[in-house]
Design a binder for this molecule. Structure first.
Ligand code: PLP
Length: 404
């Protein structure tokens, strides 16, 4: 039984008001709210354990290290990696992708080599490669999509050449909600001997992810989008790949020995974790993953699927409604425009009704160009949202529409 009332009680912020109206929080694609257990994990650790990890012989340092490394094991289990050596803690998806782009391009790519990305990518899957392109002369190729917001698989297959070194593709679009067939896309890339980096920022919060089943070579996600704290994220990489790649940043923790003549690097995963990690954040992230696991990722997916179906059908009844993203496999994100109402006006007026949605280009300007628009209004649902909230959204949109 999916007990939505009990679940909502875990999130104190959901019962607050804005502008005297009950908060309807539909900006989960940007960040999710935190259950009490996650916030308590942060305060508890600061109050009773806090000490730097991996460095101290003293009791607190050892306890903090145990918590930090237990969190790595929780992440490993959550995405079904083979080993904790494959779990690198970062600041989030963006840093995970930058780490990989920098380290992979430096060691595996030369001028003229190609990386394949898709039309719908988030800027964090595009700009790191453009930085590498400017530095090393690598070439970016783009998978096109159809008007429903699905990547064209035949065109994708045509993009491979002997120069292709990596595919970087999002699992779920933060704008269209499209669930890309990454398992099949990975198999295709592997048939060409090419590894794949999957941006899982928008999939990990909404569905069960198994990196071994996907056979992903690299997989990135952010803690704050999966009910965890800000400032902590994960880069998963197959051990055989991570072993081959050079460090991203230098500093403490990532070394074995340092002299002015020669430095040797630490083993995995520490080779990629220079400096003091956010060990409080990793504990809280593990709490968040335990929390969603206890509810059940399949149950969360089913609840959100029902909400999305309901919202699609409800919003389509609104006059002048244009929905962007009608892929067959769609996650709980709905981007829309109504008539010629500017997305910013719609978002601002919905906000006055207590409804938090996102407006703008959603860090996907190339996708906006493909759609021929500047931006959209985006409602994105999480595990605690309800059909009543969707009714409030629909009534809010209708009310704003009438004002124009
Ligand atoms: N990739 C996708 C698909 C996203 O939706 C986001 C955030 O909106 C990111 C990457 C970047 O995540 P972060 O800002 O947590 O690094």
């Amino acid at each position: 039984m999916y007990n939505i009332e009990l679940i909502r009680e875990d999130f104190p912020i959901l019962s607050r008001e804005v502008y005297g109206k009950p908060l309807v929080y539909l900006d989960n694609g940007a960040t999710t709210q935190k259950p009490r257990c996650v916030v308590e994990a942060i305060t508890n650790e600061y109050y009773s354990v806090n000490a730097n990890v991996h460095r101290g012989v003293h009791f607190l340092s050892q306890q903090a290290t145990e918590l930090h490394e237990a969190s790595r094991e929780t992440v490993r289990r959550f995405i079904n990696a083979r080993s904790t050596n494959e779990i690198i803690f970062t600041r989030g998806t963006t840093e995970s992708i930058n780490l990989l782009a920098s380290s992979f391009a430096e060691s595996q790519m030369q001028a003229g080599d190609e990386v394949i990305v898709s039309t719908m990518e988030h800027h964090s899957d595009i700009v790191p490669w453009q930085l590498q392109a400017a530095k090393r002369g690598i070439v970016i190729k783009v998978i096109p999509m159809n008007d429903k917001g699905e990547l064209l698989q035949d065109a994708y297959k045509q993009l491979f050449s002997e120069k292709t070194k990596l595919v970087c593709v999002m699992h779920v679009s933060n704008v269209l909600g499209t669930v890309n067939p990454v398992k099949e896309m990975i198999a295709e890339a592997h048939a060409h001997g090419v590894p794949v980096l999957v941006d899982g920022a928008q999939s990990v919060p909404h569905m069960k992810v198994d990196v071994q089943d996907l056979d992903a070579d690299f997989f990135a996600f952010s803690g704050h989008k999966v009910y965890g704290p800000t400032g902590v994220g994960v880069l998963y990489g197959k051990e055989e790949w991570l072993d081959k790649l050079p460090p991203y940043q230098g500093g403490g923790e990532m070394i074995q020995s340092v002299s002015f003549e020669k430095t040797t690097f630490n083993e995995l995963p520490f080779k990629f974790e220079a400096g003091t990690p956010d060990y409080i954040g990793t504990t809280a992230l593990a709490k968040a993953l335990d929390y969603v696991t206890a509810i059940g990722m399949d149950q969360i997916a089913a609840h959100e699927h029902e909400l999305t179906q309901y919202a699609m059908q409800r919003l389509k009844q609104i006059e002048g409604m244009r929905i962007f993203g009608e892929a067959e496999h769609k996650s709980s994100v709905i981007s829309f425009l109504v008539g010629n109402i500017h997305h910013l006006d719609m978002g601002t007026l919905l906000d006055r009704l207590g409804i938090a949605v996102r407006t703008g280009h959603h860090c996907a300007q190339p996708l906006m160009q493909r759609l021929g628009i500047e931006g959209t209004v985006r409602a994105s649902f999480g595990l605690y949202n309800t059909k009543e909230e969707i009714d409030i959204l629909a009534a809010g949109i209708e009310r704003v529409s009438r004002m124009f």
